[in-house]
Design a protein around this ligand. Structure first.
Ligand SMILES: Cc1ncc(COP(=O)(O)O)c(C=O)c1O
Length: 388
């Protein structure tokens, strides 16, 4: 038998399995551990949305659709993003339904990147971007945001712009930090970038989960809209992670290229899912509100507990993650999370899963019941009392 692993594409060979996955392989060995680690809403998909999916099957809506998705779905997306964020996109030429935000990220980078160009990212950052950037032969430029409350600023962007910069990723509200940018912070970035020949990839998958202030999309700045790709979807807003539904909003000159990559990649999103998504975006336009209120309560509880324990922690205002510093314990994040798992049976995600800049932090998800949160945070408190 001849093994020809060396012939596998080099950039694929170099991709490492995600730090989250590595840690989960460890967690699987502790069946009694409790977890505050997962980025999945702990609510079921709303019943009326599930029913729409069931009806789609019964009505034999089981064939391919238009590559960009059913026009009815694109119209539902148009109206949703206009009502919620004041964004106007043409459903015929500027909206594509994708297989989750994940596919949207993949086809966006593959459409806009060439080997040798650079992509600026605010680190610590969601680990789904870097491998795709590298597979395109481009270079991720991770900008340390730990001194600006995990916010990308116009000043930080300016420092890292080069003549190779092709794209800036703005993933707010952020996974793993839960931080968002407000209008004036976005405006400063918009003023800096308005004359630059550069793309902006705005991953807004947590846009329905903001606490306090309403979500602002960078594409609402008219000068930036023509070079911005907005990524969003229903995974988090409607608790639909397993349905695999996201979408892209981009100007027509860009969408027509994105659509080719999408078409040769997946043809279209599952038709059943598309019908469920129409229901979610129309009759379920406000479905996220009840979940958001619950997450907001859990955030307050989690934040207060962490502050009481003496953690140095930025209070997030979006998504369902909190990212306390563990610097005071003089352990790196993998050692800290491993010891916490082994001695107290609590799983959290080591911050270095989000890049080396995250190495003195842990990510706690509060997409869990109050009871689980309480028990988990009690375990964390016992652990740090021991190691202090
Ligand atoms: C920032 C961010 N973008 C994209 C995704 C992927 O979303 P989807 O499940 O819709 O592919 C996630 C999932 O956790 C995420 O946190």
């Amino acid at each position: 038998v001849i093994i020809v692993e060396h012939l596998i594409n080099n950039s694929v060979k170099e991709i490492k399995i995600s730090g989250i996955r590595q840690f989960f392989n460890k967690v699987a060995k502790y069946p009694d551990a409790i977890s505050l680690s997962i980025g999945i809403p702990d609510f079921p998909t709303p019943t009326h949305v599930k029913d729409a999916g069931k009806q789609a099957i019964d009505q034999n809506f089981t064939t391919y659709t238009h590559n960009a998705g059913l026009l009815e779905l694109r119209k539902a997306i148009e109206s949703f993003v206009d009502t919620k964020y004041g964004l106007q996109y043409d459903p015929e030429s500027e909206i594509i339904a994708t297989v989750g935000a994940s596919e949207a990220i993949d086809i966006s980078f593959r459409t806009i990147l060439d080997p040798g160009c650079e992509v600026i990212l605010p680190a610590p950052v969601y680990p789904g971007y870097e491998p795709v950037i590298r597979m395109c032969g481009a270079t991720p430029i991770n900008v340390d945001t730990t001194k600006t409350g995990f916010k990308m600023t116009a000043e930080l962007i300016e420092k890292h712009l080069t003549d190779r910069t092709r794209c800036i990723v703005l993933p707010y509200p952020s996974n793993p930090t839960g931080c968002t940018l407000d209008y004036s912070e976005m405006e400063e970035i918009a003023n800096l970038l308005k004359d630059k020949e550069i793309f902006i990839l705005s991953d807004e998958i947590y846009s329905e989960l903001t606490y306090g202030k309403k979500h602002v999309s960078i594409a609402s700045f008219e000068q930036l809209k023509a070079k911005t790709i907005v990524i969003n979807g229903l995974s988090k807003s409607h608790a639909m992670t397993g349905w695999r539904i996201g979408f892209i909003l981009a100007p027509a000159y860009l969408s027509k290229h994105l659509l080719k990559v999408h078409q040769y990649n997946v043809t279209c999103v599952s038709t059943i899912t598309q019908h469920a998504a129409i229901e979610a975006l129309t009759n379920g336009i406000n479905d996220a509100e009840a979940m958001r209120d619950e997450y907001a309560n859990r955030l307050d509880y989690t934040y207060e507990r962490l502050v009481d324990m003496g953690f140095d922690v930025v209070k997030p205002n979006g998504a369902f993650y909190i990212f306390p510093s563990i610097k005071q314990f003089h352990l790196d994040s993998f050692e800290f999370a491993t010891a916490l798992l082994e001695t107290e049976g609590l799983a959290v995600v080591p911050g270095n899963a989000f890049g080396s800049i995250g190495n003195s932090f842990i990510r706690i998800s509060y997409a869990y019941s109050k009871l689980t949160l309480e028990e988990g945070l009690d375990r964390l408190e016992r652990f740090i009392t021991k190691i202090k």
